[in-house]
Ligand binder design. Structure first.
Ligand SMILES: *Cc1c(COP(=O)(O)O)cnc(C)c1O
Length: 442
């Protein structure tokens, strides 16, 4: 089997079959890869218990949530609607923790109380959130969690750092005294402390956050029984990128939590909340080459695909690079990002000097899969496809389908397909229709 990359079990023939059955563009996910990643996370070293919560905003499609639930993960939800979607997918409220920027009003406060009464865990992320729910928590003796803003963070880009002064997630350390004044007055107990410093940042910063956070727990949170180190575990999408070493991070956390026990006599349960790490490399966007153009002698080859920024906005948002796989109409892998002539992997052979920029069909010069951080397209090496050949864009399982500006230029939301552990292709979300797109207009 010509595996598309080192990580997954989908090959070029599967991509072609999926494209023929479900049309392009679509998202294609590999269940086996999701399972392997989840098993790796669940077997992370820990001291006194571990919960792995899937940060469902990375990809919230019901069938995927069911797969992830079956693998023993719990849920990190970012909004009340995410809590509802997780519950609809089969998660008990007791397995869901809500960590949100939403500051509920009126009906939403009532809904939140109802969910809390059914077991939802709530991490307050602002003083307003605490005051919204304080009387209820005190009266019903529900303990709460607190998300702390530690003042330092790390992310793949500035906009993915959630822990420094340029972002406002959680309650800043300098505001904690207001939290305690309020909580002591009402008799509210905090049993959980949470920090999430960013997405795809430096694993060394992630590690140092563990020390910072345990210090905060020791100093300020005598009732905490669990501590969340957040998500943000870095993945490698491209051959020259390196992933976080989950085993090593787990060993580090285990050691620190054991030392914490040595100092305090308190056994803390540990939580992590990866989204990207669970899904990113298990997903592809499958597209067809619909047109070719050139921009003159000093310009570039352009390949126009039937899916661009509206199926994967990450290059535009973060200048992220995703691996490309060129696949012929009859299902042969013509080039893989992981074995290019110029590639660093050492086993190159594909490409042969052809370079192109992959763009979508939107009237937007940023609709390119090859953007650098200045927003300029940089051509990439690959085999030259013919019109009608397929290009699969890898690393597209997280923050693609869930975060796409679909319906821009009135393109419909793409369908999603799961390649199951039994090697079956199952459509898990159908293609949106034009009627669906305009259904709410009056
Ligand atoms: C987004 C988010 C995560 C997951 O981040 P990834 O980079 O996808 O792992 C975890 N926790 C919280 C609170 C988040 O907002």
């Amino acid at each position: 089997m010509d595996l598309l990359n080192g990580f997954n079990s989908i090959d070029a023939g599967v991509v072609r079959e999926s494209a023929e059955r479900f049309g392009t563009p679509h998202y294609l996910y590999d269940e086996r890869m999701i399972a392997e990643t989840c098993e790796m996370l669940i077997s992370m070293p820990h001291a006194y218990g571990l919960d792995v919560r899937y940060a469902m905003k990375a990809n919230s499609t019901k069938a995927l949530l069911k797969v992830i639930r079956g693998l023993g993960l719990k849920i990190d939800a970012s909004s009340l609607n995410e809590v509802r979607r997780a519950h609809i997918s089969g998660f008990d409220y007791g397995d869901i923790m809500l960590t949100s920027q939403e500051a509920p009003e009126k009906d939403d406060i009532a809904a939140l109380r109802e969910m809390l009464s059914l077991g939802l865990k709530y991490n307050v992320c602002s003083l307003k959130q605490l005051r919204n729910i304080g009387d209820y928590a005190a009266a019903s003796k529900k303990s709460l969690g607190v998300r702390i803003h530690p003042g330092v963070g790390s992310g793949e880009t500035a906009t993915r750092n959630t822990g420094d002064k340029y972002s406002c997630f959680g309650i800043h350390l300098s505001d904690l005294r207001h939290v305690f004044e309020y909580a002591n007055d009402k008799g509210i107990v905090f049993d959980h402390v949470h920090v999430h410093i960013g997405s795809g940042g430096d694993p060394a910063v992630w590690q140092s956050n563990i020390d910072l956070e345990l210090g905060i727990v020791e100093k300020h949170f005598p009732d905490a029984v669990s501590v969340s180190f957040g998500g943000g575990l870095r993945v490698a999408r491209m051959p020259d990128e390196s992933a976080a070493d989950v085993q090593a991070l787990g060993l580090y956390a285990k050691d620190r939590i054991e030392k914490f026990y040595g100092r305090t006599g308190r056994k803390l349960r540990m939580e992590v909340e990866p989204g990207t790490f669970v899904m990113a490399n298990a997903g592809f966007v499958v597209t067809s080459v619909v047109d070719k153009k050139k921009t003159g002698d000093d310009g570039f080859n352009f390949l126009i695909l039937d899916g661009g920024m509206e199926v994967n906005a990450r290059p535009l948002l973060y200048a992220s690079r995703h691996p490309f796989y060129v696949i012929s109409k009859d299902g042969r892998l013509l080039s893989s990002e992981f074995r290019l002539k110029s590639g660093g992997s050492g086993n190159g052979g594909d490409g042969g000097g052809y370079r192109a920029v992959l763009v979508g069909r939107c009237c937007e010069s940023g609709d390119s899969q090859c953007l650098d951080s200045d927003g300029l397209s940089v051509p990439r090496e690959m085999a030259e496809p013919e019109l009608g050949d397929y290009i699969a864009i890898g690393g597209a399982g997280a923050y693609c389908s869930a975060m796409s500006p679909h319906n821009y230029n009135s393109f419909v939301q793409a369908p999603e397909v799961l390649y199951t552990c039994d090697s079956e292709l199952k459509e898990i979300r159908v293609r949106q229709t034009l009627e669906h797109m305009i259904a709410n207009e009056r």
